[in-house]
Write a protein that binds this ligand. Structure first.
Ligand SMILES: *[C@@H]1O[C@H](CO)[C@@H](O)[C@H](O)[C@H]1NC(C)=O
Ligand SMILES: *[C@@H]1O[C@H](CO)[C@@H](O)[C@H](O)[C@H]1NC(C)=O
Ligand SMILES: *[C@@H]1O[C@H](CO)[C@@H](O)[C@H](O)[C@H]1NC(C)=O
Ligand SMILES: *[C@@H]1O[C@H](CO)[C@@H](O)[C@H](O)[C@H]1NC(C)=O
Ligand SMILES: *[C@@H]1O[C@H](CO)[C@@H](O)[C@H](O)[C@H]1NC(C)=O
Length: 293
């Protein structure tokens, strides 16, 4: 087949290549004249400038429509998620009273989590608000009322679960405290008829007898209305999430206790499905071990 090609000598091939790269007769470089190359480069230059321009313009128009202080799109969660602290690898709190190391990690996690709640920090960053009413700070039209202030949530409001009077949050005594927080949802007004939403915890059927009595801090386990609405990280720079502490006063030792805590409010809908198992509630396992004699 390609017999013709084989007949060419090496020198001929080299010459053909050289002529292709630069042809002195026609003044062509790689088969094109200078003006042809110039036109191609010009075309691509204009083409890419046009593309870049389009990109910048689209970006600019999009950014114009964004609100600096509020996300344009937000999950319309009828039921905000809840979470517990301490939360290490899993939603499980298991420790042995006699083994300090087994519960000290929970104490340390709580210490770290509660540091910004220190009264001194709260007094420095936040305002003392009127309880039981929403702390509304609306913008008047285009005039931003920013930055917005936030209300104090003093660490001492958690009383026995503040880590101040009882430095190990009850873990050493087998009466551990668990903190519960409600995820932030911008603009959420969770109360109804001037009543604050509150947390209640219960055990799964077979564990009910083992859970024992609970004590809530602040009293009644309420998230006071004054911590709502939340206006977002940019607008409310010092926002402190309210907490509810649950103290297990008489949990049975050496047994698994499956606990579920949920938010009670007339405006936060009951979770409709199991689609989001953290909507308005949180489940965790508690097990306090004690060496048997
Ligand atoms: C917060 O309070 C705790 C307990 O009173 C204390 O140990 C800790 O040093 C305080 N932290 C800050 C940052 O003030
Ligand atoms: C928080 O604590 C400070 C100092 O301990 C106190 O002056 C302030 O009234 C407290 N705020 C609230 C909301 O209880
Ligand atoms: C946030 O806290 C800082 C002090 O840490 C304070 O100077 C500032 O005024 C606070 N901002 C608002 C909006 O409360
Ligand atoms: C707790 O709830 C009871 C009954 O609903 C009410 O009488 C009491 O005032 C509440 N306590 C606080 C501190 O809100
Ligand atoms: C603690 O729970 C046990 C059963 O688990 C019960 O017999 C006892 O009366 C409870 N103690 C208190 C103070 O509630």
């Amino acid at each position: 087949m390609a017999k013709d090609g084989e007949k060419k000598t090496c020198g001929q091939v080299m010459d053909e290549w050289k002529e292709f790269i630069w042809n002195p007769r026609t003044h062509e470089f790689l088969g094109r004249t200078a003006s042809s190359w110039g036109l191609i480069l010009l075309f691509y230059l204009i083409f890419y400038i046009f593309l870049a321009g389009m990109f910048v313009l689209t970006m600019y128009v999009m950014l114009l429509t964004l609100d600096e202080y509020q996300p344009t799109y937000q999950d319309r969660l009828a039921t905000p998620g809840m979470m517990i602290r301490p939360k290490l690898e899993s939603l499980e709190i298991t420790y042995n009273i006699e083994n300090t190391e087994s519960w000290d990690k929970y104490v340390q996690a709580l210490d770290a989590f509660l540091t910004p709640y220190n009264n001194s920090q709260q007094v420095m960053n936040n305002k003392e608000c009127t309880p039981d009413t929403y702390f509304v700070q609306e913008d008047s039209g285009e005039i931003r009322n920013n930055p917005k202030r936030s209300c104090q949530f003093n660490r001492t409001m958690l009383e026995e679960c503040s880590g101040i009077t009882d430095r190990d949050y009850g873990y050493r005594a087998g009466k551990p405290c668990i903190l519960i927080k409600l995820n932030r949802v911008i603009g959420m007004l969770p109360g109804k008829d001037g009543k604050s939403p509150y947390v209640t915890c219960g055990a799964k059927k077979e564990d009910a007898a083992n859970m024992g009595a609970l004590v809530y801090y602040p009293p009644n386990g309420t998230f006071n209305l004054m911590y709502f609405p939340y206006y977002g990280k940019r607008a409310q720079v010092n926002y402190t999430q309210p907490l509810v502490a649950v103290k297990f006063m008489n949990a049975t030792f050496n047994t698994d206790i499956n606990v579920e805590c949920k938010i009670n409010s007339n405006t936060i809908a009951e979770p409709q499905s199991d689609r989001d198992k953290f909507a308005g509630r949180v489940s965790f396992k508690l097990r306090i071990n004690e060496a048997k004699n």
